[in-house]
Design a protein around this ligand. Sequence first.
Ligand code: BQF
Length: 294
Amino acid sequence: MTFPQLIDGKAIAAQIYEELRPRVASLVAQGFQPGLAVILVGENPASQVYVRNKERACEKLGIRSFRYHLPEKTDLGELLSLIDTLNACAEVHGILVQLPLPPHIEERNVLYRISPEKDVDGFHPYNLGRLMVGDPVFLPCTPWGIQELLRRSGIEVEGKHVVIVGRSNIVGKPLAMMFVQKAKGANATVSICHTRTPDLAEHTKRADILVAACGSPRVITGNMVKEGAVVIDVGINRVGEKLVGDVDFDSVVGKVSYITPVPGGVGPMTVAMLMANTVKAAERFFARAGERKQ
Ligand code: BQF
């Protein structure tokens, strides 16, 4: 029997907010308040919760947030013209389009329109390309949050076998790219699997660090995990009234050295890293404004 350590994402996120506070204060003291535009299309109830979480985080830090809540029937052209306006707006340093979008709007077309300098979600192909070549500007928030969770919990990634279950552009693929880099907090050996990988358990059992980001409730069970492994659960699934992860917590918890809970694990880190990217975007914006004046 091992005694697993619960990784407290809420506490680590709070630590990140405290580090951001003086950076926001310094910008405000120079007359430059950071601003984040949040675009929500339609009435997806989960999206409304996430948008509220992000607005609350902005408020806590003294970042201005601008909400654009558009009707479900909004067409691509209207959304693109709003993004063009925000790209040109000096009060807005970060632009975020809450996903998922309604099915009639192609997400790519929208994400590609956001100025890479305001792309605080890190989803623009420019920023994903910069990540791929090992010279990142804006990292996607959830993968960055996972890296910070591990680093701040004293869990070494270097030389470890990280197995990621999930291949999304938002979590699985960029996280794999981050951990495989020749860089601090990385230098891992990385496997990317997914729910259609044959003999998935054969792969997950080899993980020193297992990241579950496949978006299906409780698919990672105790028999799929190596004794003493670190388990990071990215999933947020509603099962009845309850929020559960992609990990079957009860069957895994007795085997592992560290595990993240759902809620209160990776989720709060995603929002914290969004704030970090927004502060960074504002700092970069004001540095460029200073150069133009000289
Ligand atoms: C927590 C998200 C799936 C699809 C689109 C705190 C959040 C969630 C959980 C949150 C998420 C998930 C967000 C907790 C933002 C993370 O206490 O466990 C915060 O607000 N998230 C999103 O914007 O879009 C998603 C998950």
